[in-house]
Design a protein around this ligand. Structure first.
Ligand code: CA
Length: 259
């Protein structure tokens, strides 16, 4: 099986700047989507710091003999630790940038990052950028948003449908760069041959329903076409926020690195 991927980011129909950033590094098996917060050209700085720092750390830790910069979490495998530390270092990098550039004090970023080795996927996230797995049977969201409405859904106070339209739907409970304690969510799973893994910012998941995402993605053989159509659908539905989608799958043909 060969890893194939496609990704696009789009400013949407309302915002002046695109504060989302994405990075696809198939040779590393690394895919990252970050959604910057803070406005005034600060959000895009924050999300760019995240994708750069995460990529840099994953690159630096291909070999296991590197001195570990932060606490090693024995409950996670090596890739889980790579991603967790990469996110914590991104958080520190944003805080450090704010210290040098106080005018950016409100900036921060969400992130969802995935490392794929063979069929094994390791996923880490902070905030409400999401990962979904799609297969011919359906779509399932595999990240749980760090958001106020997600907490209300967990406690049975809101239904998922109510959460989708709630006025506080954009309130996240943690972000990189906010200077507080971070609880990075990390998970590992096996990808099946027919699976497609979607990483996205809330400009996609907030504008396009899960069932629309599923039908658009599964109708297309080409991942490039799928991401273009997902972005187009988010714009058609209003495009109220920046939109980023990265799709990852397996192919039996030659266009992609061997896994
Ligand atoms: Ca957003």
């Amino acid at each position: 099986m060969r890893l194939v991927s496609a990704g696009l980011t789009d400013v949407g129909c309302v915002r002046k700047h695109n504060e989302d950033s994405m990075r696809m590094e198939p040779e590393l098996g690394l895919f990252v989507v970050a959604d910057g917060l803070g406005g005034h050209a600060a959000g895009e700085v924050a999300s760019q710091i995240v994708v750069d720092r995460v990529t840099q750390f994953v690159q630096q830790t291909i070999e296991k003999d590197r001195t570990w910069p932060l606490e090693y979490d024995v409950t996670l495998n090596y890739d889980g630790n790579r991603l967790k530390v990469a996110l914590l270092l991104s958080d520190q990098a944003i805080v450090e940038d704010i210290r040098k550039n106080p005018e950016r004090e409100t900036m921060g970023s969400t992130v969802v990052a995935c490392l794929i080795q063979g069929s094994r996927a390791t996923l880490a996230h902070v905030g409400d950028s999401r990962a979904y797995i799609l297969d011919p049977e359906g779509i399932r969201q595999i990240t749980k948003d760090h958001s106020w409405v997600a907490e209300q859904v967990t406690h049975g106070i809101l239904t998922p449908a109510e959460a989708r339209v709630h006025p506080f739907r954009n309130v996240i409970t943690q972000a990189l760069g906010n200077g507080g304690e971070l609880d990075v969510s990390v998970q590992e799973f096996e990808l099946q041959k027919m699976d497609r893994l979607l990483l996205c910012s809330d400009g996609l998941s907030g504008m396009v329903t899960d069932s629309e995402i599923w039908s658009i993605t599964m109708a297309e053989k080409s991942l490039e076409n799928s991401v273009s159509l997902l972005i187009a659908k988010a714009r058609e539905n209003g495009g109220e926020d920046n939109i980023t989608a990265v799709l990852i799958g397996f192919s039996s043909d030659e266009d992609g690195p061997s896994v």
